[in-house]
Ligand binder design. Sequence first.
Ligand code: FES
Length: 112
Amino acid sequence: MKDMITIHVEDLNGTVHTVEAPTDMGLSLMEAMKANELPVKAMCGGMAMCASCNIILQSDHELPEMGEDEEAMLDEAMVLDVPNSRLSCQIPVTENLDGLRVKLGYLTDPEA
Ligand code: FES
C-alpha cells in the first residue's frame, strides 16, 4: 500500500507544480493542494458550497462519481460545461490517484 501519491497541478499561469499527498490522513484533494501552498481559495472549507476549489481533470484517472451537492454547485457556478470540471474538496486523496494531473479552475483565482 502506497501512503504517498504524486499529484501534478497546473496553476492559472500554466506552471505545473508537482506535490506529494498522503493517502492515510483522510485529506481531500483540495486540502492536499492547500497544504502545499497552491492558490486554492476553498472559501467554504470543503462543504461543496463555493466552487472556489474547482479543478479540471487532465489525466485519465477515474474520479469518484459526483455527489448531488457537487453537481448542483458546479451547475450554479456555471463551470459544469467545462468537461471534467470538479470540486477538489469532494475528491478524497486515494492510492489510485497517484500521478493525477489537474488544472486549477478560474474560480480559484485569488485575485478574482
Ligand atoms: S471548498 Fe468550497 S466547494 Fe470546495
